[in-house]
Write a protein that binds this ligand. Structure first.
Ligand code: 5GP
Ligand code: SF4
Length: 445
């Protein structure tokens, strides 16, 4: 998912809208914005892409100088509209809205406990727990209640809260999911999942919200920082591999540069003689450029992508997924015919994409197809906010590399290992600030 928060700007909801548009890749199922004027909170959320959910008229009704927004990609809960965000509630202190990127690992215990105490839930979202925890807290002030609530939850969370007069942003102590702070041109502030949102709205990057830090935004003041937890960084390395946009900087580094490095590492692992390096668009592009530069094998755009289709992984059913791959990617026959090609992709999950692509390239006349993956085999599911399937559906959890190579009908297959991946993102030896659990099974919480 993507989250954004804008504070202290007369067109707050418009800026939230543009930011969400640049963060659309983080979730395409639903989008929503809540704004706050002095009197009340306004919320619009709906299934569909950002550009479909909002228009000029709707944004006008989202009045006020602060706004928070969300694009949804379902990891917890289902995909009904009840599960779209912001989550909005009225409670004894007034009104509140919350957006969340991540996944709470103790959501069920907290929820069961709340239900036992009489809470009624509207959705299956783990985020709804927070509303109840805040409403039930005995503390008087909202800030203290938020502190109470975030101390009860565990797992991955980059959160933005909105009340009528304040905005709060918080990251879990591990900093699994990114969240950055920026300054708007008029002096207001913005927080967003990725810095590409800042570039779009002309905001200046200040710094990342620290793991374990709560930021409080109030009118006429600098954001106030409260350290809820000692930071113990475990940033999601998959943000670099696939999730974040290449023009963003997450966890202090360029995503594009990291991906290119992964491609260079890959070129060193299992070199192979070939005529062309081609990416699976768009995910494989930076790594393919890196591979080509390192190996000296020419880079070509051997596969065209139809951009008028969403990303396949997001759709729930298997049949749909197969159909979507076929509609999405087509080979450049003139380029490929009679050539030995190296195909670069960022990951193999179920293996269906690779199989389909290799078949397609061979049908287009490629004499050899060598598959190269710019991350280690995906062997374990993610419990921290990325929708990897269960172990039984992860091909690398169930088959050896040779068996996968045979299954996808490649002439050869190679991945980079964990150490190379860590090198690509600039991690030093013994540096443990990244989560790599979906590649290693080394879970943190
Ligand atoms: P597969 O067909 O092996 O299940 O899917 C792998 C392909 O899906 C890769 O091309 C990868 O870029 C793409 N993909 C799209 N969304 C995701 C995602 O959320 N996680 C992963 N690992 N791959 C994704
Ligand atoms: Fe990221 Fe993988 Fe860790 Fe999930 S398990 S947070 S996708 S590195």
């Amino acid at each position: 998912c993507a989250v954004v928060g804008v504070f202290g700007h007369k067109e707050a909801s418009k800026l939230a809208y543009f930011s969400l548009h640049s963060l659309q890749h983080r979730g395409q199922e639903a989008a929503g914005i809540s704004s706050a004027d002095d009197k009340k909170l306004h919320t619009i959320k709906k299934r569909g892409l950002v550009t479909r959910v909002f228009d000029e008229q709707k944004l006008k009704t989202l009045s006020g100088s602060s706004a928070i927004g969300h694009t949804r990609y379902s990891t917890a809960g289902d995909d009904s509209i009840l599960d779209a965000q912001p989550v909005f509630a009225r409670y004894d202190l007034g009104e509140m809205a919350i957006v969340h990127n991540g996944n709470l690992t103790n959501a069920k215990e907290v929820r069961d406990d709340l239900i036992k105490k009489g809470a009624i839930f509207q959705s299956y979202m783990d985020t709804e727990n927070l509303i109840h925890l805040i409403a039930k807290s005995e503390k008087e002030k909202l800030i203290d209640r938020i502190i109470d609530a975030v101390q009860r939850i565990e797992g991955a969370f980059s959160l933005v809260f909105l009340s009528r007069t304040k905005m709060f942003a918080m990251r879990d102590r591990f900093g699994f999911r990114p969240l950055s702070l920026g300054r708007l041109q008029n002096g207001g502030y913005i927080v967003a999942s990725e810095t590409c949102a800042f570039d779009l709205v002309g905001a200046e990057f200040i710094r990342d919200v620290e793991p374990g830090e709560l930021l409080v935004f109030s009118e006429g003041r600098e954001p106030k920082s409260i350290k809820i937890y000692e930071p113990t960084p475990k940033h999601c390395i998959f943000e670099y591999v696939y999730f974040a946009r290449p023009d963003s900087h997450v966890f202090g580094q360029s995503v594009y540069k990291a991906r290119k490095e992964m491609g260079k590492e890959l070129a060193r692992v299992k070199p192979v003689e070939a005529d062309l390096v081609i990416p699976v668009p768009d995910g494989g592009v930076p790594a393919a450029i890196g591979y080509s530069q390192e190996s000296g094998i020419p880079y070509e755009m051997g596969i065209m992508r139809n951009h008028y289709i969403g990303r396949t992984f997001i759709e729930p059913t298997q049949e749909m997924r197969d159909l979507k791959v076929k509609m999405k990617l087509s080979p450049m026959v003139d380029l490929i015919k009679g050539k030995r090609v190296i195909v670069i992709d960022d990951s193999i999950v179920r293996g269906t994409t690779s199989l389909r692509i290799i078949k397609m390239l061979k049908e287009a006349g490629a004499s050899e197809v060598h598959m190269r993956i710019s991350s280690p085999p995906t062997t374990d599911p993610c419990f921290y906010g990325v929708d990897t399937p269960d172990k039984e559906n992860l091909i690398a959890a169930n088959m050896s590399e040779d068996a996968i190579c045979e299954f996808i009908q490649a002439d050869s297959l190679a991945y980079i290992d964990e150490a190379a991946l860590l090198r690509s993102v600039g991690a030093k030896d013994g540096d443990e600030k990244y989560c790599t659990a979906c590649f290693t099974g080394k879970y943190i919480v």
